[in-house]
Design a protein around this ligand. Structure first.
Ligand code: SF4
Length: 245
């Protein structure tokens, strides 16, 4: 059964939430012209946002983090997006010297050994490249939603990151069913791993399929306590959680 079969549901207020998300993006593109980027995790929510941006010709750059440990299906999605929408996706990779030094010292599976090592890996493979992506930009867009986990209940549409940049979360009030209803009705590209019971897809070593009834976040860093499941991409007091990248 595909993710569309599983999750696509039309729910009351859907059209209004789409219109509002588009309005958030349009306003952000005007207010931060030339200095705004969608930091896409290539997850389902972010594919919806890219579709809204491309479909409406909004002047918002698209960028992603290629950590070096992504599934082949996720990496392939970058090229599929570029071809489908005729746009360029900026790809930010970790510094190879840092990766080599870390892996030599701690091994390929360091993330399973301690929270400190897992966060160090996220720091090298995600946070440092993200800082380069956001450098010289005044605003970024994420696919965060309020219902994604307990920590995300306060996700606002307009926020600020720790550096004072504007941070927009246009799908903050969308449900998972909304996301898949939009994908289904608009023919949006998505990662085929979503069809293998992986609602939240990150790096391959840190992502697994979930069982029926499990929380979506159970597929990410599953060996850690729920409270530790952050990679640091979204770290301000109102949003202490990690992105699905
Ligand atoms: S999600 Fe896993 S593999 Fe990816 S950067 Fe973090 S610890 Fe490393």
């Amino acid at each position: 059964m595909s993710a569309i079969d599983l999750y696509n549901r039309a729910t009351p207020g859907f059209d209004g939430r789409v219109a509002h998300a588009l309005a958030v993006l349009q306003s952000a593109a005007v207010d931060h012209a030339g200095r705004i980027v969608q930091a896409t995790s290539l997850g389902a929510e972010d594919m919806v946002i890219t579709d809204l941006i491309a479909r409406n010709g909004l002047a918002i750059d698209i960028a992603t983090l290629e950590t070096g440990t992504l599934h082949a299906e996720t990496v392939a999605l970058i090229g599929r997006m570029e071809e489908h929408y005729d746009l360029r996706v900026e790809v930010y990779r970790p510094r190879q010297d840092e990766v080599i030094t870390f892996v030599r010292a701690n091994g390929e599976e360091a993330m399973y050994r301690s929270l400190e090592l897992r966060k160090a890996c996220c720091g090298i493979r995600k946070l440092e490249p993200l800082s380069r992506m956001l450098n010289a930009r005044s605003a970024w867009i994420t696919g965060l939603r309020r219902e994604q986990s307990n920590h995300r209940g306060v996700v606002p549409f307009n926020d600020r990151d720790d550096a004072g940049r504007a941070k927009f979360n246009p799908l903050a009030d969308w449900s998972w069913n909304d996301v898949w209803h939009y994908i289904a009705t608009n023919g949006v590209l998505y990662n085929p791993l979503h069809d293998q019971f992986m609602p939240s897809i990150g790096c391959a070593p840190c992502t697994r399929a979930i069982a029926v009834g499990e929380d979506f976040r159970a597929g990410r860093w599953w060996w850690e306590d729920e409270a530790a499941k952050e990679c640091g991409l979204h770290v301000n007091p109102s949003q202490a959680q990690g992105v699905a990248a």
